[in-house]
Design a protein around this ligand. Structure first.
Ligand code: FEO
Length: 399
C-alpha cells in the first residue's frame, strides 16, 4: 500500500494490521491500523510510529516520499507499544534532532526503552514548534488513553492528530471516513469508546469542553487507529460528547450465562416482561457474545439485567470474568436487576446485585432466584421482574 496524502505535504505512512484478533482482551474482528503521519517541511516530522512487527511497512511508506534518515523530529503522542514498538529502531536509523513528547511521555519512554541519551523535547501547551512553513501545537490529554497521551495540532492545515481518541479498530484499504461503510464505522467507533475510554468519560467531557472553549478549528481528525475523519469529524466529536455524558438509549440488555438452560428460560421470560412494558431489549448469552461486543451494547443501554446460576457458591466463570471487565470500565447511569437458578446454596443473584450496587447502578430490587428448573409460577415472576425494570426505566425517562 502506498502512502496516502491528507493535505499538501502531509501523508499517512502507518500500517494496517489485518490479522490482529485480540487487543489486550478486546476482540478486534476487523483488524486495526496503527497510523503514523509524515509532515514534509524544513523540519521533516514523523508523528507516531507503529507496532514493532510492522516497522517494515512504515519504513516502506516513508521511503516512497523521502529517505527516512532525513527525518528531523519524531513526535510521540502516546507511548503504548502499538505506537512506539518500532521507535527504538526508528531512532537508531533516523538519529532525530528531537523526540517531542509530553512530560509524562518522557518518563514513560525512559521506563519502556531505558534510553537516557535520546533527544527528548517536552511539548508544552501554548509553546508551539515551528517546522518551517507549518506549526505544531500541543494539548495535554492525560489518561486518554495513558498518563503520557497528548494531541498534536497542525495549525495551518487544521489537522488534529488525536492519538487513541476518536479511533476505531478497523483494518481497511481505505483511509478516510467517507470511504467506508458508515454503519460499520459507527459500530467500531462505539466499541472502541466502550472498551477503551468509558472509564475516562469525565476527562473526555472536560477535553471536549476545552476544545470548544479554545475554538479550535478542526478540518480533519487523524487518530492512531482506523480512518481519518476528513468529511465528518463532527460525528466523532458528537458521539464522544454523548457517550461521556452516559446518556442511555432507553433500551435494556439481558446479559446471562446458563448451565442447564434454567437461567436461559428465565432470561427469555424477563424479556417478555420488558416487552409488556414496551421496552426494546436484547438477550446476550456470554457463551456466544464476546465481552467486548457486550460492552459496546452496555455503553448505550439504559438497563442492565444480569442472569447467572450459582456454581460452587459463586458465579459461572464467564459471568465472573465479564463482571470484572465491566467494573473496570465503569459504565454509569444504568438501572440494574439480577436473576438466576440454583441447586442448593444460591449465592449468584446476591453477588450480581452486589457488583451492580458497587458500580452505582440503580438496582431495582433483591432479584429473583429459582431452584433447579423453573415452573409456571417462577416464569410469571420472571415476567414481573422484567416489568418492574421496564416501569423503573420509563419512570426514570419521564423524570
Ligand atoms: Fe493505541 Fe493506548 O494505544
Amino acid at each position: 500500500m502506498n502512502p496516502v496524502k491528507l493535505t499538501e505535504n502531509v501523508y499517512w505512512v502507518g500500517a494496517v494490521d489485518w490479522d490482529v484478533r485480540d487487543f489486550h482482551g478486546y476482540s478486534t474482528n476487523r483488524g486495526t491500523t496503527y497510523n503514523a503521519f509524515l509532515i514534509m517541511d524544513e523540519k521533516i516530522t514523523l508523528i507516531d510510529t507503529v507496532k514493532k512487527s510492522l516497522k517494515g511497512d512504515l519504513l516502506a511508506r516513508i521511503s516512497e516520499i523521502v529517505d527516512p534518515e532525513k527525518i528531523d523530529y519524531i513526535v510521540v503522542n502516546h507511548v503504548e507499544m502499538d505506537h512506539s514498538g518500532s521507535l527504538p529502531e526508528m531512532v537508531d536509523l533516523i538519529k532525530p534532532e528531537k523526540i517531542i513528547c509530553s512530560k509524562m511521555g518522557e518518563k514513560a519512554l525512559l521506563q519502556h526503552f531505558h534510553q537516557e541519551d535520546w533527544p527528548y523535547e517536552i511539548a508544552k501547551p501554548g509553546e508551539d514548534v515551528s517546522l518551517g512553513k507549518k506549526t505544531l501545537s500541543f494539548l495535554e490529554t492525560r489518561m486518554l488513553h495513558w498518563p503520557d497521551s497528548m494531541f498534536t495540532y497542525l495549525v495551518e492545515d487544521q489537522i488534529l492528530f488525536s492519538s487513541d481518541a476518536f479511533g476505531e479498530h478497523l483494518g481497511t484499504s481505505e483511509r478516510f471516513d467517507d470511504e467506508v461503510d458508515q454503519a460499520i464505522l459507527l459500530e467500531e467507533l462505539t466499541k472502541y469508546y466502550a472498551n477503551i475510554l468509558t472509564l475516562y468519560s469525565p476527562l473526555v467531557k472536560k477535553l471536549i469542553a476545552k476544545v470548544k472553549e479554545m475554538d479550535l478549528q478542526i478540518k480533519m481528525i487523524a487518530p492512531d487507529h482506523g480512518v481519518i475523519w476528513r468529511s465528518n469529524p463532527g460525528m466523532a466529536i458528537e458521539a464522544y460528547e454523548k457517550w461521556s455524558s452516559h446518556e442511555g438509549n432507553g433500551k435494556a440488555l439481558i446479559i446471562y450465562d446458563t448451565m442447564w438452560h434454567s437461567t436461559e428460560v428465565m432470561a427469555k421470560e424477563v424479556g417478555t416482561g420488558l416487552q409488556n412494558e414496551g421496552i426494546s431489549y436484547q438477550l446476550l448469552n456470554l457463551r456466544y457474545n464476546h465481552r467486548s461486543d457486550v460492552m459496546r451494547e452496555v455503553l448505550n443501554a439504559s438497563a442492565i439485567i444480569l442472569g447467572c446460576p450459582t456454581l460452587n457458591n459463586g458465579l459461572l466463570p464467564r459471568m465472573a470474568g465479564f463482571l470484572m471487565y465491566m467494573r473496570g470500565l465503569r459504565p454509569a447511569n444504568k438501572i440494574g436487576a439480577a436473576f438466576g437458578s440454583f441447586g442448593w446454596s444460591g449465592e449468584s443473584v446476591k453477588l450480581l446485585n452486589e457488583a451492580m450496587t458497587d458500580m452505582k447502578f440503580d438496582v431495582v430490587d433483591d432479584g429473583l432466584k429459582v431452584k433447579y428448573v423453573p415452573e409456571d409460577a417462577d416464569l410469571s415472576q420472571c415476567v414481573e421482574l422484567g416489568q418492574r425494570v421496564g416501569q423503573a426505566l420509563k419512570a426514570k425517562q419521564s423524570a
